[in-house]
Ligand binder design. Structure first.
Ligand code: ATP
Ligand code: MG
Ligand code: FE
Length: 336
């Protein structure tokens, strides 16, 4: 079966054609980052307008790239939450209209479950596994029992991991989004230059908190400024990144041990972080745990992960009604 996946929850307009939930025939991503950069973050109203302007072209291009047309499509999968309501509505309305016009099965997809499903793209990775979802708006540790069956083991009580990267990057005078900038700059810095605090490190606690480290970085920056100590932003970036990545790695491995599951994966924009990938690889090997991560392009927002999630939801019998509305604060597994 071939699914068309549509994603417009934030600032990427994306459409993708995916076969059997695994084989990506096309993946078109139109990123609005350049537009939002000058505001230092995503401006919701501007995002919605750009989605409206580009969605038609993006879907057409996805079909063209896959060398198919709507006759070849067996189902439409669209993100309906969580995300910015005005942005979500664009993709959702477009997908519903397509499904209605062509009388195709329609599946509303949870964006976070989409991020997790990016792990199904390609060959070989199947549930059960423990997944760390770390993105711009979310940080969850999830036990994926089966396709579409989730148990949330922990979540952030304040900032998301990506949000922490973005905020610290901003304080360091780096561009938006901050994650890739910090990742790049850290390679030139000393990760042991500063020791920042870690939260919730006690046994069996799978929640996260990143506001403490963010404040600690800001305080250290101010202290240096007041004392006239030169600020090496690469050292700050590297020390911050090491701290966050150590927390993420520790908790993911701990969760696998506690749940006695020997497979782990990562998802969401932060999953493309190079230190996270290398540190996890090393720790997982040591613990005899199988680590899987999606290709970087499937970590940040994309239509392919939505098509994949929609396909597996569909195979489990899920069909969404054409009166499905956008749900900005949709929780993981809420609609399954
Ligand atoms: P959500 O999925 O929670 O609704 P989102 O869709 O905005 O939020 P994603 O597109 O999944 O989030 O990821 C974007 C986030 O990932 C940003 O916060 C960005 O800074 C972060 N990010 C991207 N690349 C990296 C990297 N190499 N290292 C660390 N963080 C990164
Ligand atoms: Mg984005
Ligand atoms: Fe996302």
């Amino acid at each position: 079966l071939i699914f068309l996946g549509i994603e417009t929850s934030c600032d990427e307009t994306s459409a993708s054609v995916v076969k059997s939930g695994k084989y990506v025939l096309s993946n078109i991503i139109y990123s609005q980052i350049e537009i939002h950069k000058k505001y230092g973050g995503v401006v919701p109203e501007i995002a919605s307008r750009h989605h409206i302007e580009t969605i038609g072209e993006v879907v057409t291009k996805a079909l063209d790239d896959a060398e198919c047309n709507l006759d070849d499509i067996d189902g439409i999968a669209v993100t309906y939450g969580p995300g910015l309501v005005g942005a979500l509505l664009v993709g959702l309305s477009y997908g519903k209209a397509l499904a209605y016009a062509r009388d195709l099965p329609f599946v509303g997809v949870n964006h976070i479950e989409g991020h997790i499903s990016a792990n199904y793209i390609g060959e070989g990775f199947e549930p059960p596994f423990i997944c760390l979802v770390a993105s711009g708006g979310h940080c969850h540790l999830v036990y994926v029992k089966d396709y579409g069956e989730y148990e949330v083991l922990g979540r952030t009580v304040d900032d998301a991991a990506g949000e922490a990267f973005d905020k610290v990057a901003r304080a360091l005078g780096l561009g938006y989004p901050g994650g890739p900038e910090i990742d790049r700059l850290s390679k030139e810095g000393n990760p042991d230059a500063y020791v920042f605090p870690k939260s919730f490190m006690e046994n069996g606690n799978f929640d996260f908190s990143f506001s403490g480290i963010k404040t600690a970085v800001l305080n250290q920056l101010n202290k240096n400024r007041m004392k006239g100590i030169e600020i090496n932003i690469a050292d700050f970036a590297a020390s911050f990144q090491k701290n966050v990545v150590e927390v993420l790695t520790y908790k993911l491995i701990e969760a696998a041990k506690v749940k006695n599951i020997n497979k782990i994966s990562i998802a969401g924009g932060v999953a493309s972080n190079s230190l996270l990938r290398s540190m996890l690889k090393e720790k997982a090997e040591k613990e005899n745990i199988l680590l899987h991560y999606p290709e970087a392009v499937f970590c940040t927002d994309n239509g392919a992960m939505i098509a994949s999630a929609g396909y597996f939801d569909f195979m489990r019998g899920k069909r969404s009604d054409l009166n499905l509305n956008a749900v900005p604060y949709l929780k993981i597994c809420e609609g399954c």
